[in-house]
Design a protein around this ligand. Structure first.
Ligand code: PEP
Length: 252
């Protein structure tokens, strides 16, 4: 049985005091999660220390939503892997569709960050997914193939133990539209096949592939029942404990 990961991406929400209170309330649900499940929250950079403090001694892991591809120096506004590690961060989300679309991040740039994060010992959640236009014009597989292959370029089989792929169809993010469980499962199966081709069957079989895109308490169970769906990357519904706790405890 593959491991499972439920992650909440808070985006640009939650000031430090709110994040701290939220994290403290989530500990109970995370402690009751299945043994093979990891629970992650991704606060904005400024909120990370308060959340790290609040989840100390609990099973909740903390992710950053982005990271520089550079080690240090004159890169105004950037945050380095060493800074994240020193703060107690263990995961980083890279290649989120908002960063691709709003900040022009391309596959080569994302790949530099992926490799650097892995070298530094961070776990990576690499986001991939097609736009509606790409899906409707029959380019779903081509887009996923490119984003996965380029995003994982020069990543070794052993480093893949620290990689999660999040399949997030762009048209389903924050829109209330969810891919059907069957559609999501077939995209996940395709991604697993790409990973098998570029690395190995073994790596592909062990890879956690999360689904992201309007995951809510009322659809998480059907998504998680699919063979190739091993978790969720949750945006809007990760902002209240009332919604996120039942997602974390989807197995109950
Ligand atoms: C996301 O931004 O990663 C996401 C999946 O958002 P939402 O759950 O709000 O669609």
């Amino acid at each position: 049985m593959r491991n499972v990961c439920i992650a909440g991406n808070w985006k640009m929400n939650m000031i430090p005091s709110e994040g701290k209170a939220f994290a403290a309330q989530l500990i109970d649900a995370a402690s009751k999660a299945a043994e093979n499940e990891t629970v992650v929250v991704a606060p904005p950079f400024i909120t990370i220390p308060a959340v790290i403090e609040a989840v100390k001694g609990s099973p909740i892991k903390v992710a950053a939503q982005n990271m520089s591809d550079q080690a240090s120096g004159a890169f105004t506004g950037e945050v380095s892997a060493d800074m994240l590690l020193d703060a107690g961060v263990t995961y980083v989300i890279l290649g989120h569709s908002e960063r691709r679309a709003l900040y022009g991040e391309d596959d080569a740039f994302i790949n530099r960050k992926v490799r650097y994060a892995l070298e530094k010992g961070l776990n990576v959640i690499l986001c991939v997914g097609e736009t509606l236009e790409e899906r409707e014009s029959g380019r779903l597989e081509q887009v996923l193939q490119t984003q996965v292959t380029e995003g994982l370029k020069d990543v070794s089989a052993s480093q893949m133990a620290d990689v999660i792929i999040a399949y997030e169809p762009v048209w389903a993010i924050g829109t209330g539209k969810t891919a059907t469980a069957d559609d999501a499962n077939s995209a996940h199966s395709f991604i697993r096949g790409v990973v098998a081709d570029i690395l190995s069957e073994d790596v592909a079989n062990n890879l956690i592939i999360q689904y992201g895109g309007s995951v809510k308490p009322n659809n998480v169970k059907s998504l998680m029942s699919m063979e190739h769906i091993d978790g969720a990357l949750v945006g809007g519904a990760s902002l209240t404990v009332e919604q996120f706790a039942p997602i974390v405890q989807f197995n109950d």
